[in-house]
Design a protein around this ligand. Structure first.
Ligand code: AHR
Length: 328
């Protein structure tokens, strides 16, 4: 009998490995039937650096309010040490699940190990961690940032297909060390490298903020007055770049084309107005999916290790059509 049970557990574990699912085994909460009101989730947010982040925070807070679960929320103000402090505090409080969107990719193993040792499952939302040990989190819900960079690069390749002169590009990077900054740069470079006429003449971080995008563009336009394209890793930096381009006496969208990622309302409005030329969507609406993951984890059910967000791209016409019903 015991041998049969061991066999069944082994088969179950094998099937989970095959389907890429994971359970929060070894946690105090797995398998326990808890009422939603008794489930406590600690969420450690990156900050409030962009329109995307504001929409993401609202969506997560709304989804948990609707679920009846208790949400403890902290804002790390873009600092890894603040996020680590918040996670440690959730561990001390003994929450059922910790979710967080890591400010940067590296440096998480120690605190994630503490959560694991305390039997608290961790869900990554939006951004990944760079760790060799993927048992430190149960699931990662978010976009494919490399693909986003590739889509931006593909638009550039198509837009300039009939031009033989060099295309001098300024890249506004997201927060240094953050997964979306690393992956978007990689995806973009991968696609444009096939044609040497595409030259990234300057690449600097604007920290995903509008002020950062403006300041960096002002400086980089002075040292690279012949740049004709800006690739910004998010809408906010692209919106800051528009101000800098106009201040330099040039026309954004014409003299200098701008490609961004996110598709928040302000970005879509600028695209519709012709000041941005193309936007790759990155959805901040992760709340409902996160609630579902938490419910499953607390019930001891298996969850997918990697859950990808569905996203599209927008041209000027598509942005104009989408704006009236855009949620964020
Ligand atoms: O991690 C997602 C990125 O973070 C968004 O593209 C950006 O706007 C945000 O700050």
């Amino acid at each position: 009998m015991i041998r049969k049970m061991i066999g069944a557990v082994a088969v179950g574990a094998f099937l989970l490995a095959l389907t890429g699912c994971s359970t929060a085994s070894g946690t105090g909460s797995a398998g326990a039937a808890k009422a939603p009101g008794d489930i406590v989730v600690g969420f450690a947010q990156v900050g409030a650096e962009s329109g995307w982040r504001t929409a993401n925070t609202k969506d997560i807070q709304d989804a948990f309010a609707a679920s009846g679960m208790q949400l403890k929320f902290s804002d790390a103000q873009q600092k890894q040490e603040n996020q680590i402090k918040a996670i440690r505090s959730y561990i001390t409080q003994g929450v059922d699940v910790i979710a967080f969107s890591p400010v940067v990719e590296t440096g998480w193993d120690a605190v994630l190990k503490e959560a694991k040792d305390a039997g608290i499952p961790v869900v990554l939302t939006d951004r990944a961690v760079d760790s060799k040990d993927d048992s430190l989190y149960v699931s990662f819900l978010g976009s494919d940032f490399i693909k986003e960079g590739q889509k931006a690069g593909q638009w550039v390749v198509d837009e300039y297909k009939n031009q033989t002169d060099p295309v001098k590009i300024i890249q506004l990077e997201g927060t240094t060390g953050a997964a979306p900054a690393i992956d978007r740069a990689e995806g973009f470079a991968d696609v444009i490298k096939a044609d040497p006429k595409f030259q990234i003449v300057a690449s600097q971080t604007g920290d995903f903020t509008r002020a950062g995008g403006k300041q960096v563009t002002e400086a980089l336009l002075k040292s690279n007055p012949d740049a004709t394209l800006i690739f910004a890793h998010n809408d906010d930096m692209g919106l800051g770049a528009i101000e800098a381009v106009e201040a330099a006496g040039k026309v954004p969208g014409k003299d200098i084309k701008i490609v961004t990622i996110d598709a928040v309302k302000d970005g879509m409005k600028a695209l519709s107005d012709g000041k941005i030329n193309f936007i790759v969507e990155c959805s901040p609406l992760l709340g409902k999916q996160l609630v579902d993951i938490v419910k499953k984890v607390v019930a001891g059910e298996s969850v997918e290790k990697r859950i990808l967000t569905e996203e599209t791209t927008f041209t000027q016409e598509q942005a104009t059509a989408a704006l009236p019903t855009r949620q964020y």
